[in-house]
Design a protein around this ligand. Structure first.
Ligand code: DGL
Length: 264
């Protein structure tokens, strides 16, 4: 029986990565984990995010024996990868802002980064910019408000264009306007249609397709026979997961994940 892959995020953002992976690997069984009790990660101190990510992934490893895990969260990946890779006995794929792709695309050498307050301030992000976009002007917008908006949107609430315009205003009013903006938070591709409507002149870049390709290459030797339904697990209260249309997204089972207290 094929082992599942685990896709992990603080909330529903990783579903944007789940959708990309299922497009190229429809057969692979997935356990999606949302750390609802730890959400949001964006404003949290770095050490707290590292501990939380490690605690969740270790619990998932023990319960599901996965072949691979994707940390579908830029806020966590930009600081937690070395720690969890050292702890787990299977490959861990991280999702980090696609600065290189934006730099390769940009004609006017002005790019944007739309991410959480944590991700825009990370040393890892500074390094990506130094390495791949040193000749670009980079406009950084860190917004937890937009993360909450994406969560509510997936629970069926309508979007408000004025609110989105206000969040995007550093890009919209810049001179020149960035011609490419990196969606450096996995929640934001879920809002892609609205972002394209509000800022049609901007090319919005997300890491999803590249992550899906990476997973395909890592699973090249694995058995891809259909092997059961996809499962959604979460920390925290049951009610929150019930407000998402998970059945429609392909999840047959919703269960909660017990976390062991951290070992210190
Ligand atoms: N989806 C997450 C990311 O890619 C973060 C959301 C949060 O603030 O928890 O960064």
């Amino acid at each position: 029986m094929a082992k599942p892959i685990v896709i992990f995020d603080s909330g529903v953002g990783g579903l944007s990565i789940y959708q990309e992976i299922k497009q190229v690997l429809p057969q692979v069984p997935v356990v999606y984990c949302s750390d609802m009790a730890g959400f949001p990660y964006g404003p949290k101190p770095e050490q707290e995010v590292i501990e939380r990510t490690s605690q969740c992934l270790n619990a998932l490893a023990e319960r599901f024996d996965p072949s691979l895990a994707v940390i579908a969260c830029n806020t966590a990946s930009t600081i937690s990868l070395p720690r969890v890779r050292g702890e787990l006995g299977f490959p861990v794929v991280g999702v980090v802002p696609a600065i290189k792709t934006a730099s390769e695309y940009s004609k006017n050498r002005c790019i944007g980064l739309l991410a959480t307050p944590g991700t825009v301030a990370r040393c890892y992000t500074n390094r990506l910019i130094d390495d791949f976009a040193a000749d670009c002007q980079v406009i950084r917008v860190g917004s937890s408000e937009l993360v909450h908006t994406a969560e509510q949107y997936l629970r069926g609430e309508p979007l408000c264009d004025d609110q989105l315009r206000a969040i995007l205003s550093p890009f919209l009013t810049a001179e020149p306007q960035p011609d490419a903006v990196v969606l450096g938070c996995t929640h934001f591709p879920l809002l892609r249609e609205a972002l394209e409507r509000i800022a049609p002149g901007i090319h919005w870049i997300d890491s999803g397709p590249a992550i899906a390709r990476r997973v395909v290459s890592l699973l090249a030797d694995h058995d891809h026979q259909p092997a059961g339904d996809d499962r959604f697990v979460h920390t925290g209260e049951d009610g929150l997961a019930d407000t998402l249309a998970l059945g429609r997204m392909g999840f047959a089972e919703i269960t909660s994940l017990e976390l062991m207290p951290p070992v210190n």
